[in-house]
Design a binder for this molecule. Structure first.
Ligand code: CTP
Length: 396
């Protein structure tokens, strides 16, 4: 867990950084907060300290154990996050002005830095600010761009404080291992829908959560991630390119189209095995007591992949099982020509479908088997990538 120094400047979005401190605390991160004088006009140090369980510093001339603060704090932190960053503080930081605790600490800090500019659109787009932010970037700062939307005083434009989830993502990315940098990762997730008539379809209970966590985990490690998603109710992970599909046929086409690009393929989608042979053009009427659907097998996407894949590509399947999980998964690993398969028991209600948790066994082509005990899907995804890293043939 990182030691995060959260520095808050005096913008209208200062109150939103309270939640950021709270989320960091919930994740088990150690947080300390610096507030400029102006920031204390928008949110109180007491609120920050209560929500983040953090000491809040505002005065450059205070000491801690006899040592002046900016040197202590700049040595303590793993990452400095300035959120929100006003145009005024951006100008000071880009010129190396050190006239308060925040700017003094930033100047003394040698670790990774993240700035979250947030201000009125005209201030943000002013060439002076644009240049200051570019200068910060050139000096090694990571800048998370503000989003578009409604601003204070009823204005609209770019300058809004972004979602705290995106800031957390950036903190993880910056402090993370960076070991999937430039690796192209293709992920499929969610269920497919096989149409019966214009108003009905066949689907399954996949929520897509595991696939989305895989996509996010790869992106956090700086991979290029392309996510092919069946219909789900999930937000696209920050920085991930997403293509939506519905049927297994659409998913197959999307995967094959992107196959040449991929270094790693993660087939987490629950693809339908059968689809109706005839799709009725009109809504089927309830004219009889029984209805028989004539179904035909869909293409197995992993089988299609195995025909075109290159040796450099690492292909991973997921095996959703209700019985003999390991045996069935081992069989799929072989028959589908995979490098790795993740076996999970979808009968259990405390893991799997729609749950935030999973428990899986990772089976590798070389016979290695690793059990990942019940944990949040985000942790399971991270652990799976650790295993992929050790098994993937390195590209030249
Ligand atoms: N899969 C696929 N194309 C299909 C069906 C499944 O590519 N038409 C992939 C899934 O994305 C998963 C793996 O195959 O990565 C295993 O899926 P699973 O549903 O567990 O197994 P099936 O091959 O469908 O076999 P069965 O349903 O008989 O267990």
């Amino acid at each position: 867990m990182a030691k995060v120094l959260l520095a808050v400047t005096g913008g209208i979005a200062a109150y939103k950084a309270i939640d950021l401190g709270g989320s960091l605390r919930k994740r088990g991160e150690e947080v300390r907060v610096i507030m400029t004088k102006a920031a204390t006009r928008f949110a109180t140090p007491l609120t920050f300290s209560a929500v983040s369980a953090a000491t809040v510093y505002t005065d450059a001339f205070e000491t801690e154990n006899g040592i002046i603060l900016h040197t202590t704090l700049s040595k303590w932190a793993d990452i400095l996050v300035v959120a929100p960053l006003t145009a005024n503080t951006a100008a000071k930081l880009s010129d190396g002005i050190a006239d308060n605790l925040l700017t003094m600490t930033a100047l003394a800090f040698e670790g990774p830095k993240l700035a979250v500019p947030s201000m009125n659109v005209r201030m943000y787009e002013n060439p002076v600010t644009v240049n200051n932010l570019l200068k910060l970037q050139r000096n090694g700062w990571n800048i998370l761009e503000p989003s578009y939307g409604h601003l204070a005083d009823g204005e609209y434009g770019k300058g809004r404080y972004p979602e705290n989830d995106n800031i957390l993502f950036e903190i993880d990315r910056i402090t993370g291992p960076n070991d999937f940098k430039d690796v192209n990762v293709l992920v499929t997730a969610g269920p497919t829908q096989e149409p019966i008539d214009p108003v009905r379809y066949l689907t399954n209970r996949s929520s897509g959560k595991m696939g989305y966590e895989m996509a996010k985990a790869a992106k956090v490690r700086n991979a290029n991630v392309y996510l092919i998603s069946g219909p789900v109710d999930l937000k696209t992970p920050y920085g991930v390119e997403r293509k939506d599909v519905k049927s297994s046929e659409e998913m197959k086409e999307a995967v094959l189209e992107k196959m040449e690009w991929a270094d790693v393929v993660i087939m987490a989608a629950a693809v339908a095995d059968y689809k109706p042979v005839f799709i009725s053009e009109q809504k089927i009427k309830k004219n009889s007591d029984e209805l028989n659907l004539h179904m035909a097998k869909t293409s197995d996407i992993l089988m299609e992949i195995s025909k075109v894949r290159r040796p450099r590509q690492f292909v991973i399947g997921f095996a959703a099982e209700t019985q003999n999980a390991l045996e069935n998964a081992k069989h799929k690993l072989k028959s589908k020509g995979l490098d790795m398969i993740i076996s999970n028991d979808v009968m259990r209600t405390d893991i799997g479908f729609d749950s935030e948790y999973n428990e899986v066994t990772v089976l590798c082509k070389n016979g290695d088997a690793v059990r990942l005990s019940r944990n949040k899907k985000c942790s399971i995804a991270k652990n799976i990538l650790d295993i992929v890293k050790t098994h993937r043939v390195k590209l030249p």
